[in-house]
Design a protein. Structure first.
Length: 277
């Protein structure tokens, strides 16, 4: 086990200056990490990119649940006071099990923003860009039943997008053509609101904006996740007030590849270590 200063000070996950653990199947969760850093600048952050097992959207729920457990245990070893699952697919597969295992640990998951999208639409037609795993899940079906009974929802699985974003490709002709093919059916159906149902997709907002009318609303849940984390930490008197430590990164893929993409998606290059679990 790595030596870490948070565990040396007091009981794990009860120190307000302890870090927050955030993970995703890859680089997509950096969009959520950015929202957390913006809202809670005093928080020290730990991030695991499970790039060695991407994409989660094509994996079985059992496999994803085990990855969630492995990464959660790692964060607990690091003394994390809270956990953010910055991945829609991992939340669908693993959040219930993690909450049962760690009932006293503040835990925030992701889910497609069906409720705000249903409230925002004027045409009554909402589009969803997401992974196959998210769209086929019972949790997503329950969201539709609960919040979208009065609107038409057009779902669009997006195989291949995550893998291209993982390479830092946000503008090439290849990703442009792929994204265009996914967006066109939503526009043809009359969608005026599009849910970005994967944490990788906010990085494509500039490209998306070139493809859709200005009147179309794009909705993701990164800011809402940051606000929920703020609420949970505040309720437990765990909000940090001191100077944060530098963000620490781990990846189960190539540390060099992740380090190279950080300046593009995180705006700076930080230390990246190998995650083996």
């Amino acid at each position: 086990m790595r030596c870490n200063p948070w565990l040396e000070r007091s009981s794990m996950a009860r120190d307000s200056d302890a870090p927050v653990g955030v993970f995703d199947s890859g680089v997509g969760g950096l969009s959520v990490l950015g929202e957390i850093h913006q809202l809670l600048p005093n928080e020290s952050l730990l991030y695991v990119a499970d790039c060695g097992h991407i994409p989660y959207g094509e994996k079985t729920p059992e496999f994803i649940r085990q990855r969630c457990i492995n990464i959660a245990e790692f964060f607990r070893e690091q003394g994390a006071k809270a956990l953010v699952i910055a991945c829609n697919t991992a939340t669908v597969a693993g959040v219930a099990d993690l909450r049962q295992r760690y009932p006293d640990w503040p835990l925030v998951g992701m889910e497609p923003a069906v409720k705000p999208a249903a409230a925002a639409t004027r045409s009554g037609v909402v589009g969803v860009l997401a992974t196959t795993g998210t769209l086929q899940s019972a949790k997503f079906a329950a969201l539709l039943d609960r919040f979208a009974a009065d609107v038409q929802v057009i779902t669009q699985p997006c195989p291949g997008l995550v893998e291209l974003i993982e390479t830092g490709d946000l503008v090439s002709p290849v990703i442009r053509q792929l994204l265009q093919g996914y967006v066109e059916p939503l526009l043809a159906a009359g969608c005026d609101t599009i849910i970005l149902g994967c944490t990788h997709y906010p990085f494509l907002k500039p490209l998306l904006r070139e493809m859709i009318p200005a009147s179309i609303t794009l909705i993701d849940t990164g800011a809402a996740v940051a606000r929920q984390l703020q609420r949970l930490l505040s309720q437990r008197d765990l909000l940090a007030s001191g100077r944060p430590r530098p963000t620490q990164f781990w990846t189960s893929g190539s540390p060099d590849n992740f380090r190279n993409i950080l300046p593009l998606l995180w705006k700076k290059s930080d230390s990246v270590r190998s995650f083996v679990s």
